[in-house]
Design a protein around this ligand. Structure first.
Ligand code: XUL
Ligand code: CO
Length: 458
C-alpha cells in the first residue's frame, strides 16, 4: 500500500487510452514449464515444482496450494520511506480510475495463468478505487468484482481469501475495530460486511483479518480492555453476518507483533489463540501465519506455524520471509530450503492446509525492476517450497525424527508418566514415587544429533 502514484509512461498512456484492450501484458513470457534438468541460469522454469506429481499421497499442487497476492504483486510500486516508485508497470496509467483497475486485474490474471498457480488473494481496496462515500466505494467494488468473476470463470483461478484494508485510509489511523470512536468502528464493520459479501461471490475459501492498526503507540491514551472487547465484538458481528449470508469460508486471524503500531494486539500465534479462547471465538477462527511476522516477534521462522498447528488452529500461511539481520517486515520471497522444509514438515504432519494455502505475501525488491522479476521471484519460491515438500515427505516416510521424539517422551506411556499425561496424578503420588525411585537420571537432549539428521534431508 503506498501513497505514491506510479509514474506514467507514453506506452502506458497509449494502452490506457485503448481501454478494454485484451492485449498481452507479459509478451515474451510463455506459461512456466517444469524442466527438471534446466541449468542454474534457467530461472523461468520449475526444476522441482511439478504440479501433478504425487508426493506422500497427494499431488504437489494439493499440498502446496500456491496463491499470488494482489497487493504486493500488482499494487507494489517499489516506493519506500526514502524514495519514489521504481516499479513502472506498462499497464498502469498513473490514475486511480476504474479503467486502470480493470486493466490491472486483466494483467494479474494473465500473470496467474502463465505462472500456473490456482489461487489469488486481495484486499478490497487493492482491486477497486475508493469512492466519495461508502455507497460509491461499494459500487466500484461490485463493478470490479463482476470482472473478477468473469476472469475466474475463464481461467479456472480460485480465490484463496479476501480481506479488507482497514489500515491505509486516514480514518483508521487510531484503529478500526479498536478505534476509540464508535463511528469509525461502525464504518469498519460496514466495510467488512461488504468484503464478506464479495468474497462469498468470488467463492473465497477463507477470509482474513489482519489488524493493521489494532494496537497502540502509547498506553497513556489507551484503554486496552475496552479496545480488546470491542475487537471481540467486532469479530462476533462478522461471524453473525457470515452465517446470515451463508458464507462457508474459514475465518482467519493473522498475528503480527509490531508495525505499523508499536504494539499490535495480535502479537503472535499464542497471543491470538489466548484472545480467541478468552472471548469464545476459537471455534469460528483459525490463524493465518506469516513467518516474517513470527520472526519480528522474536521467534524462529517456523515457530508460529508449529504452535498454531499444535493447537489445531493453523488455517493458512503467508509464505514469505524477513531478512534475519533486519528488524522490520521486508516481505521477501521465501528462498531458504531449510525453512520451507520445516514449514512443510508441519503441514504434512497435519495432513494438509485445505482450505488454506501458501499465499505469497511477498514483494520483489525495489531494485528488481524488470517485469520478468515478477515471475522469477514466484518461480524461485515455488521451487523452494517444492523442495521443502519433498524433503519433508522423505523425513516423514523414513520416520527417524518422529521415532526419536516419540522415544524421548516414552516415560509418559506407562506408570506415573501415564497418570501425569492423563491429568490423573496427585502431588502425594509424585512424592511417593520419588521417595521409592530416588533421583532421576539426566538424559542428553542431543540437539546436534537432531540438527545433523535434518541436514541429511535438506
Ligand atoms: C501486513 C500483512 C497483510 C495481511 C493482509 O503485514 O501481512 O498484507 O496479510 O492484510
Ligand atoms: Co500477511
Amino acid at each position: 500500500m503506498s501513497s505514491f502514484a506510479p509514474a506514467s509512461s507514453k506506452k502506458a498512456k497509449k494502452r490506457a487510452a485503448a481501454d478494454g484492450v485484451d492485449g498481452e501484458f507479459f509478451p515474451g513470457i510463455e506459461k512456466i514449464q517444469y524442466k527438471p534438468d534446466a541449468g542454474p541460469e534457467d530461472v523461468l522454469c520449475f526444476k522441482h515444482y511439478n504440479a501433478s506429481e504425487v508426493v506422500y499421497g497427494k499431488s504437489m499442487e494439493d499440498w502446496l496450494r500456491f496463491s499470488v497476492c494482489f497487493w504486493h504483486t500488482f499494487r507494489g510500486t517499489g516506493a519506500d520511506p526514502f524514495g519514489f516508485p521504481t516499479l513502472h508497470r506498462p499497464w498502469e496509467d498513473g490514475s486511480d480510475s476504474m479503467e486502470n483497475a480493470k486493466r490491472r486485474l486483466k494483467a494479474a490474471f494473465e500473470f496467474f495463468t502463465k505462472l500456473g498457480v490456482n489461487y489469488w488473494t486481495f484486499h478490497d481496496r487493492d482491486i477497486a478505487p475508493e469512492g466519495n462515500d461508502l455507497a460509491e466505494t461499494n459500487k466500484n467494488l461490485d463493478e470490479v468484482v463482476d470482472l473478477a468473476v468473469k476472469l475466474q470463470e475463464e481461467t479456472g483461478m480460485k480465490l484463496l481469501w479476501g480481506t479488507c484494508n482497514l489500515f491505509a485510509n486516514p480514518r483508521y489511523m487510531n484503529g478500526a475495530a479498536t478505534n476509540p470512536d464508535a463511528h469509525i468502528v461502525a464504518h469498519a464493520a460496514a466495510q467488512v460486511k461488504k468484503g464478506l459479501e464479495v468474497t462469498k461471490r468470488l467463492g473465497g475459501r477463507n477470509f482474513v483479518f489482519w489488524g493493521g492498526r489494532e494496537g497502540y503507540h502509547t498506553i497513556l491514551n489507551t484503554d486496552v480492555l475496552a479496545e480488546l472487547s470491542h475487537m471481540a465484538n467486532f469479530f462476533k458481528m462478522a461471524v453473525a453476518h457470515k452465517k446470515k449470508i451463508g458464507f462457508t469460508g474459514q475465518f482467519l486471524l493473522e498475528p503480527k507483533p509490531k508495525e505499523p503500531t508499536k504494539h499490535q494486539y495480535d502479537y503472535d500465534a499464542m497471543t491470538v489463540i489466548g484472545f480467541l479462547k478468552h472471548f469464545g471465538l476459537d471455534k469460528d477462527f483459525k490463524l493465518n501465519i506469516e513467518p516474517n511476522h513470527t520472526t519480528l516477534a522474536g521467534h524462529g521462522y517456523e515457530h508460529d506455524v508449529v504452535m498454531a498447528s499444535a493447537f489445531g488452529m493453523l488455517g493458512s500461511i503467508d509464505s514469505n520471509t524477513g531478512s534475519p539481520d533486519l528488524g522490520w517486515d521486508t516481505d521477501q520471497f521465501p528462498m531458504d530450503v531449510k525453512n520451507c522444509t520445516m514449514v512443510m514438515k508441519t503441514v504434512l504432519e497435519m495432513g494438509g492446509l485445505t482450505p488454506g494455502g501458501l499465499n505469497f505475501d511477498c514483494k520483489v525488491r525495489r531494485e528488481s525492476t524488470d517485469l520478468e522479476d515478477m515471475f522469477i521471484s514466484h518461480v524461485g519460491a515455488m521451487d523452494a517450497f517444492a523442495r521443502g515438500l519433498k524433503n519433508a515427505a522423505k523425513l516423514r516416510q523414513e520416520g527417524v525424527l518422529t521415532r526419536l521424539v516419540k522415544e524421548r517422551y516414552l516415560s509418559f506411556s506407562s506408570g506415573i508418566g501415564a497418570k501425569i499425561a492423563k491429568g490423573a496424578a496427585t502431588m502425594e503420588e509424585c512424592e511417593e514415587y520419588i521417595l521409592q525411585k530416588g533421583e532421576p537420571k539426566a538424559a542428553s537432549g542431543k540437539q546436534e544429533k537432531y540438527e545433523a539428521i535434518l541436514n541429511h534431508y535438506v
